[in-house]
Design a protein. Structure first.
Length: 116
């Protein structure tokens, strides 16, 4: 089992920045990847970015390319999401996801609200 805890959400003005953190605890051996998803109000959860656990390779949703950056700190079993130039479309609950031995684990989410 893996437990994930997100932090760093909050209220920010359009054009501002936030840095989300997600720490993993429990059995973190054989981790494969970590990712961020977000769920805007009244909408489905959507992929934001992912990073490979071993090689750090990254993938981004088109909507965040050039503005968001994902990074993994394997010794700390943590993943971060640096979000710059935020706009109202980025508002939503942000969820951390970890994949270990083919099994997905989710955090409880952290709220990001961007005011225009």
């Amino acid at each position: 089992q893996i437990q994930l805890v997100e932090s760093g959400g909050g209220l920010v003005q359009a054009g501002g920045s936030l840095r989300l953190s997600c720490g993993a605890s429990g059995r973190t051996e054989n981790m494969q990847a970590m990712a961020w998803f977000r769920q805007p109000p009244g909408k489905e959860r959507r992929f934001v970015a992912s990073a490979g656990w071993n090689d750090g390779s990254t993938v981004y949703a088109d909507s965040v390319k050039g503005r968001f950056s994902i990074s993994i700190d394997t010794p700390k079993s943590a993943v971060y999401l640096q979000m710059n130039n935020l706009d109202s479309e980025d508002t939503g609950a942000y969820f951390c996801k970890a994949v270990r031995s083919g099994v997905a684990y989710w955090g409880q989410g952290t709220q990001v609200t961007v005011s225009s």
